[in-house]
Design a protein around this ligand. Sequence first.
Ligand code: ADP
Ligand code: MG
Length: 290
Amino acid sequence: ATPTAIMVGTGLGARAGILFRNADALEQTRKLTTLVVDKTGTLTQGQPAVVDVQAAEHVSAQDALALAYALESQSEHPLARAVVNYARAQDVTAAEISGFQAVPGQGVRAEYQGHPIALGSPAYLATLGCTIDHDLTQSWQQQGRTVVGVAQGQTVLAWFGLADQIRPEAQEAVATLQQQGLDVVMLTGDNARVAQAVAQKVGIKTVIAGVLPDGKAAEIRKLKEQGKCVGMVGDGINDAPALASADVGFAIGAGADIALETADVVLMRSNLMALVDALSLSRATVSKIW
Ligand code: ADP
Ligand code: MG
């Protein structure tokens, strides 16, 4: 495209809330064959809420929640906010814990009265030696709910089911992108069952689930090695390496600062249709002489 076309395209984008960071981003966007989309906060609203609680036998839900509250009040993960909000609504007081540590893509851990405590995905709790109630966790996951458990030592005290609303425009955006010949792929750290449930609702057929934060960039590189021109859409801290690895990285909405800094294109509107518009703009810029 001519420098003038690039300037016009960039200006039109900015007016529509689509910030192309450089000319290359505008030109590359129309060449994309594959769009990899993060689940939490991108296909979904990113404001999960606790909708199910199941305490273990002989454990009070309040005691389990006091530990979960303490752990999650120190975490910056979107799921953490859901647990904190829920605990506050139940008038629970947080337990006194020490030695908090985040385990990216898996959960959080600390110590309570000299014993290790942890909260996170069933897969994470299994690595700590906990027994997983598969009937319960799988049935919640099949409904598209993210399941996390809180454990003391190797005993799970309670399971929490968290629901995150799918963005209302997600299905239309995915369908439009697919009609335009793009391969839309979901990439998530969440469990495969949850991912499949969400993917089915929005019409995505290819799902890469259970990927740890470091693995997201590796998955992007794998697709590129297969000769694909890959766009990555994400919102979070964990997405920054993947955004940087993609041919074009898109940060959506009021995402984490680091995602915004790493992205080639920033979609200011918290709406997936902005992706469709970004592609149209890129095509128009290259084909038209203004
Ligand atoms: P996503 O790719 O969907 O944005 P992440 O990679 O951030 O998800 O996290 C993957 C999984 O790790 C979550 O689904 C959850 O099970 C677990 N997890 C990570 N951090 C936390 C936390 N602070 N509280 C609860 N669960 C967590
Ligand atoms: Mg995310």
